[in-house]
Structure formats: C-alpha cells, structure tokens
Design a protein around this ligand. Sequence first.
Ligand SMILES: [Mn+2]
Length: 258
Amino acid sequence: MNKNIYFLSDAHLGSLAIPHPRMQERRLVRFLDSIKDKAAAVYLLGDIFDFWNEYKYVVPKGFTRLLGKISELTDNGVEVHFFTGNHDLWTYGYLEEECGMIVHHQPLTTELYGKVFFLAHGDGLGDPDVKYRILRRIFHNKGCQRLLNAIHPRWGMALGLNWAKHSRLKRADGKEEPYMGEDKEWLVQFTKHYMSTHPNIDYFLYGHRHIELDLTLSDETHKARMLILGDWIWQFSYAVWDGEHLNMEEYVEGESEF
Ligand SMILES: [Mn+2]
C-alpha cells in the first residue's frame, strides 16, 4: 500500500488579524504529528505564514513548534514541499537548510503515483487585477527584495505584517469571498485554459482563495479535476492522495482517519 500524500495551504500564521494564532499553529502541528508515519510527502501550497521575510542572519520570531515538527518529518524521510504564496515568498534558503523542506517559487507539474498533478499557490494565475499584478511584480523583483532587506527588521517586519493585516481586514469579517461560480473564478478560468494546452494533467491543486472547491472540468477531449484547498484558519482542510483516491478532508481533532 502506498503511503499518503497530503496537500494543504493558507494558515497565514502570525497574522495580526487572526485572533487565535497559537491555537492555529498547535492544530497544524498536531495534524502533522498525526500523519507523520503514514505520509510519503506533504505539500504546503502557500501562505503558511502571513508574512515571512528572511534576512541573512535573522528570521521572523515564532513558529518554532511548526518548524520543529516539519524538521522532525523531513529528518524521518518525509518530503515536505513549501510553495511560496503571496505572503511568504521572501525566503532565501533558511527553510531548506534548517528544516529540510523543498521550496518552490513557481507552480510545479509532477507525477505522483502515476497521475500528473499541477500544483500552485494560485496568486497571479488568471487574476485580471492590474494593481495586484504590478504589486506582484514588485514583490518578486530581486532589487526590491534587497531593498526590503536593507531596512532594519524593526521596520521591515512591521511593514510586512501591517500590509498583510490590512489586506485581510479589507474583506468583510476578514474572510474571503465565497465561490463566485465557474465563469468568475479566475483559477477555474485559468485551469480551463491551461488544460486545453496541457492535456496530460489529471489534477490541479491550488490554495490562495481560502475556499474548498472540488470541480471536474472537461473539454472535448479529456477531463481533469481541480481542487482549491480551503485554509487552516477556519476550515482546517486538506487533500489526501493515496494513488487511487484524491479526497478533501477537514481535520477534526481525534476524529480524522486519513
Ligand atoms: Mn495567497
């Protein structure tokens, strides 16, 4: 029997806009502990941290339980993949060197137990918002990243944490918009377009939107399934793949079986 492969995203740990940060981190740690013996790999699909910016000799405070648990998994041979999201892309080697994670700054197409997966955080894919596209280019610009790291962490971290807090509080109750329907969800539109030129992909998995979605998409020639993974703020949702079934689950303490 295959060991399981797990996918989750969007914990936004450290967010100044989330009232229960320690509980959130502990729950994620207990989840990882509960799967450590049955997991072949864990894919973290972005925005695990609400704002992560790494300096040459300094990393953000906190998250010691999570980083310790992840290190325990990687020390025991479980692959842990970390996709940068739009909140935690400023990482330059620490998560690889210290915690043994495999960091991805780009979407990844990979074969897992004989099926082809397209994995991405999802920001910037199909999103028509011009302001956001410009911001995204600045975030990813090497010169701007160096500039950010030239500011003392006292200000650099405060800048990032407050930016992240405001971008969350802009929304009603700090939650994302509910599912907008196939025609309006950019990630659905992106996936439809992408699958027309990449017919080999079986599963598309994303984070970023903070909604749980499981859609089967088909065009004239083939079918693909797309999942959006929810979040680890309110939903504690994840996907699990064993080579035969790909299921969405919600982690309930003491109850989750997979
Ligand atoms: Mn995001």
